[in-house]
Design a protein. Sequence first.
Length: 364
Amino acid sequence: MGFKCGLVGLPNVGKSTLFNILTNSEVSAENFPFCTIKPNTAIVSVQDIRLKQLNDIVKSDKVVPTIMEFVDIAGLIKGSYKGEGLGNAFLDNIRNTDAIIHVVRCFQDDKIIHVYQEIDPIRDIELINMELIFSDISLCKKNINKIVTQKKNNKNIDIFQKKLNLLNKFLSHLETKGALRSLSMNENEKKISIEFKFITLKPILYLANIGKDSEKNLKIKNLIEFCKKEFSQLIPVCILLEKKFFNDNKKKYLLNTNNKKRYQSILDKIILSGYKLLNLCTFFTVGKKEIRAWNIPKNSKITIAARKIHSDMEKGFIRANVISFSDFIICNGEKNSKKMGKNRVEGKNYYIQEGDIINILFNI
């Protein structure tokens, strides 16, 4: 499994066009609000040149990259958390994602309708963010009432009290300071919070849809300053140009005009930012039948990697053989890596490193 990103924003900011580019899809992307009714979902492979390097040595029957899932969610407007526009159902779609890509319109084009008439990226961001905060407040109150009832009817009240304490802490922060991303939590609180799927806990990437004359656009400059103050990531992109490149070439990588430098697609930029947002790293399993890339959170123990592959591997974990990617390539495979002393035997307390090639020994 990969990670799931939800595309959010006001209507008519370029979400569906971006979705088509990212996923090689052809969903409707028209010039009117609420063009997207049902959320569109697509899965794309995460291209990793290391898979080819591994396969050049191993000549495996099958090569399996990690994946990223994109969800194009209907445009949100003021009052969405109360059911305005297309309402709460689409906020629920955001809850089931790992990260949020917030598409913000920064270009001026009188031919393309803006739901609030005037182009103002900061206002648009704050409007959407408030809808997400209000939605989390509503969810928080709902769960507080639910847990108070459960606590009364349960003998083991300790876990319910911990949940209640955390939800009250969340509610206070939401009502006074805003998004839960800015709230400090200990590890135990983080584990408890997973159950509730609060939207404003999810990492967010702002994608500024700019015009061709972006160097003259003060609105993007203001947005850059806004994101610096919020300590959030920002990717400026002209979706119109991305669409042209996509239609003309139908390739992920393109050459620029002097044919010397590879063009980095918006998909590449989002994948790199997504890995950074979710603090992910990649490890590999390598064999004649299959080479596969896997992603897990950084600083994960090898037992977490074993579980990612199969739950039985974690349950019956004995030890793991580990070779770093660079050693595997330099030594031209597993056999020579072992001869050169580059194969390591690691136990349950080993932390996975970026690019590790692992072979789990287990017993069930």
